[in-house]
Design a protein around this ligand. Structure first.
Ligand code: NAD
Length: 244
């Protein structure tokens, strides 16, 4: 029960990785506020539905979570969107969506959460970046990779700037994970998701792509006291398949 007495906010809580993080935090004693566009049916102590593209919603989430839970010790900025293609195929809408969800929303949430955590003596923020962009360039996903590089850089800078307040900011950088984000991408391109996931798994030295729980375990480690000396780290989770 590493998180007994702790209060956590998790964005993208209805998605693959977010749902696993929520389940595991609660299983280890945390009280959790879940944020996503639709949080119906998610077991949690507080439900804060909304659209992260709405600046007022993103600005207010940390305070709303603290109000609902009676504290705020952990924030997991997990929500994300993927846009595919080179810059020449990128629309203005793709640009705004990617920057809005993957970079601006976590910026707004961190900006609001950090003073609340500092008032209370500290806390832990875990951002979800990616091997793609967060660690190395990836092909044919220029804007997605750029946003994940941006959140990785923001993580490193915030990790440095807020360590003195007892606030540790770190990020996980997964490679391919078996979630709706990946599976709907396969389906949109005309592939059977189960077959495509199995084939992709054969390209990973460990023999399979990640499951959401593989990422959640590392996110929870970073949120826990066991990671007490980690500030601004970008932790690659790749099954032996780096992107470089
Ligand atoms: P997912 O699509 O299953 O979940 C993403 C969640 O974010 C969804 O529930 C969605 O509703 C929410 N979200 C998106 N836009 C939103 C908005 N405007 N307002 C509120 N909520 C919004 O995807 P996932 O694979 O679980 O992704 C979680 C994180 O992991 C993302 O940041 C993603 O970039 C990152 N990631 C995923 C993979 C992968 O292979 N699946 C790899 C590396 C990194």
């Amino acid at each position: 029960m590493r998180f007994e007495g702790r209060a956590a906010l998790v964005t993208g809580a209805a998605g693959g990785i977010g749902a696993a993080i929520v389940r595991q935090l609660r299983a280890e004693g945390a009280r959790v506020a879940v944020a996503d566009r639709d949080v119906t049916g998610i077991d949690a102590e507080a439900h804060l539905p909304g659209d992260l593209l709405d600046p007022a919603y993103a600005d207010g989430l940390a305070l709303a979570a603290r109000g609902a839970l009676g504290g705020l010790d952990i924030v997991v900025n997990n929500a994300g969107v993927i846009t595919r293609g080179p810059v020449t195929d990128t629309t203005d809408a793709d640009w705004s969506l990617s920057l809005g969800v993957n970079v601006e929303a976590p910026f707004r949430i961190c900006r609001a959460a950090i003073p609340l955590m500092a008032e209370n003596g500290g806390g832990a923020i875990v951002n979800v970046s990616s091997c793609w962009g967060g660690k190395a360039p990836g092909p044919n996903h220029a804007i997605y990779c750029m946003t994940k590089a941006a959140i990785a850089s923001l993580t490193q800078c915030m990790g440095m700037d807020h360590a003195h307040q007892g606030i540790r900011v770190n990020a996980v950088c997964p490679n391919e994970v078996n979630t709706p984000m990946l599976r709907t991408g396969f389906a949109r391109r005309g592939f059977d998701p189960d077959t495509a996931v199995a084939e992709l798994g054969r390209t990973v030295p460990i023999g399979r792509i990640a499951e959401p729980e593989d990422i959640a375990d590392v996110a929870l480690f970073l949120a826990s006291d066991a990671a007490r000396y980690m500030c601004g780290a970008l932790v690659e989770i790749n099954g032996g398949k780096p992107v470089s």
